[in-house]
Design a protein around this ligand. Structure first.
Ligand SMILES: NC(=O)C1=CN([C@@H]2O[C@H](COP(=O)(O)OP(=O)(O)OC[C@H]3O[C@@H](n4cnc5c(N)ncnc54)[C@H](O)[C@@H]3O)[C@@H](O)[C@H]2O)C=CC1
Ligand SMILES: O=C(O)[C@H]1O[C@H](OP(=O)(O)OP(=O)(O)OC[C@H]2O[C@@H](n3ccc(=O)[nH]c3=O)[C@H](O)[C@@H]2O)[C@H](O)[C@@H](O)[C@@H]1O
Length: 472
């Protein structure tokens, strides 16, 4: 077993940054160096304004930075110094070539692995932290072994990350479980124990689960698929609720009280977003196809199909309610991030919705408390449609607060569940007074008290609720 004294993390993103900052925070005797090829990102990690917004992250980073936590682009030096290396690079869906639109692009994993093989002059434990298809560790081991010389030995572990954005620090400080997969050889098991010992500095022993490598890799894809499946299930039910007068919140509560089902992750919404759910399910679909399991592939694919349906269904509802046209109407979109408490916009439902509104020739006024304006322009630019900034600026306005976005609007659409949009936080009377009449409000997050908002005069549509319910 190796007594880990020095850790390198390759990839200073949403996972590598917070995960390894928490290790430094909890293990003062371990030197943690987080590296990235992206100089701007590393500069931001070394500045007062960190590159990602995550509650509690600043406290952790500012406490340990310069002591046992370092951020640098000097990848080779950090690899060389480390006993243990986390590979936490991006694994996006492939855009071209075999498996395009489904399979994970493993080029960054391979690049980082080859770098380790080139630079290392002594044995290392290499930990797959990124989410990868089942058996990727085998490819990493083959590359490392083929490129290593003499007495250097590499142990590969799988240690997938389960944090959710917006609660990353909380999740890392108090995880439900830490999963470590290893080859079940004496060396593999010893490496597994070395990494377990790092986590056991703050995670209770019974929450550190050890499995074989392939179970660990597949468990990560499985966990995300099961979570996303719950959202698609409740969203499918939300359509039935709207058509029947059942209330999706009441249905979710009634079902969630069954201890076999549990109450979490049953919030109907305008559709799940984020960089991982769709990517990881498609990855699982591709894996199933490759394994010649078409029924299994179709089963998981349906979770993504339902998510797309939910977004389109919401857009259709908005357009039909606004008398079948939103041309030249002002639509205020509250929230652009894929969920609250993050500035991350990857795969956010807001992007799909707003592009559809633009296609219908509406003017879209957007407000989000944490997303950078430049990011919104980047996400909405679409070659051939609104491919330059000037064109886009004519179609959207990015506003400083919700009141500015809603001023003169025909409809307000709540897309992200930020606390500041709740009925008791925002002055909806003031918003109503400054809107075109009839003033429509579409709540894609079940955030508002419908009766209260209707009493002001708004025409309200809430996902999973039928306007006429209770009146029949
Ligand atoms: N974002 C999330 O909440 C979660 C993500 N994951 C998984 O973790 C992995 C990383 O995700 P994120 O942190 O969100 O990605 P990210 O895109 O924010 O960060 C990845 C970083 O790796 C860097 N990088 C790529 N190749 C490199 C190389 N050869 N050397 C040095 N740096 C390199 C990139 O410049 C980038 O800054 C993905 O596999 C993702 O599926 C897992 C759990 C949660
Ligand atoms: O692999 C990953 O990247 C991570 O993906 C998700 O985390 P994340 O995407 O950050 O956030 P979630 O809280 O899971 O939310 C994902 C999306 O589902 C939506 N959601 C979530 C819960 C719910 O009940 N309803 C619902 O619509 C959210 O608004 C958001 O758009 C998982 O929760 C993490 O465990 C996992 O590590």
């Amino acid at each position: 077993m190796v007594d880990v004294k020095s850790i390198c993390c390759i990839g200073a993103g949403y996972v590598g940054g917070p995960t390894c900052a928490v290790i430094a925070y909890k293990c003062h005797n371990i030197k943690v160096t987080i590296v990235d090829l992206n100089q701007a990102r590393i500069d931001a990690w070394n500045s007062d304004k960190l590159p990602i917004y995550e509650p509690g992250l600043e406290e952790v980073v500012f406490d340990r930075r310069g002591k046992n936590l370092f951020f640098t682009t000097d990848v080779d030096a950090a690899i060389e110094e480390a006993d243990l290396i986390f590979v936490s690079v991006n694994t996006p869906t492939k855009k071209t070539g075999m498996g395009a639109g489904m399979a994970a692009d493993l080029a960054y994993i391979e690049g980082a692995t080859r770098r380790i093989a080139e630079v290392a002059t002594r044995s290392k434990i290499v930990v797959e932290k990124s989410t990868v298809p089942c058996r990727t560790a085998e490819s990493m081991r083959t590359i490392l072994e083929a490129n290593s010389t003499g007495s250097i030995h590499f142990d590969i572990l799988s240690n997938p990350e389960f944090l959710a954005e917006g609660t990353a620090i909380k999740d890392l400080l108090n995880p439900d479980r830490v999963l470590i997969g290893a080859l079940q050889t004496p060396e593999g098991i010893s490496a597994q124990k070395s990494l377990a010992a790092v986590y056991q500095n703050w995670v209770p022993e019974d929450r550190v689960i050890t499995t074989n490598l392939w179970s660990s890799e597949l468990s990560k894809l499985a966990a995300n698929a099961l979570l996303a499946q719950r959202i698609s299930s409740i969203n499918a039910l939300s359509a039935i609720c709207e058509a029947t007068g059942a209330d999706v919140d009441e249905v979710a509560y009634a079902c969630g009280r069954d201890s076999r089902l549990g109450s979490k992750f049953l919030k109907a919404s305008v559709g799940f977003g984020g960089s991982c759910f769709q990517k990881d399910i498609l990855n699982l679909v591709y894996l199933s196809q490759q394994l010649n399991l078409p029924e299994v592939a179709d089963y998981w694919q349906q979770v993504v199909i339902m998510n797309e349906y939910q977004k389109k269904r919401f857009v259709r509802k908005i357009i039909s309610t606004l008398f079948n046209t939103i041309t030249n109407k002002r639509i205020a979109v509250l929230g652009f991030a894929f969920k609250k408490d993050t500035g991350d916009t990857r795969e956010s439902a807001a992007i799909t919705l707003i592009k559809d509104f633009i296609d219908e020739n509406a003017h879209v006024a957007i407000y989000d408390p944490k997303v950078e304006h430049e990011q919104i322009y980047m996400d909405l630019a679409e070659p051939g449609v609104v491919d330059n900034r000037k064109q886009l600026e004519k179609r959207i306005s990015i506003c400083a607060d919700a009141y500015e976005a809603c001023k003169g609007a025909d409809a307000v659409v709540i897309v992200t569940e930020w606390d500041e949009f709740k009925s008791d936080q925002l002055d909806y009377q003031r918003i109503y007074d400054n809107m075109h009449k009839p003033a429509f409000l579409f709540d894609g997050r079940l955030l508002l008290d419908a009766a209260q908002i209707r009493a002001i005069g708004f025409k309200v549509h809430i996902i999973g609720k039928n306007e006429l319910a209770g009146t029949a």
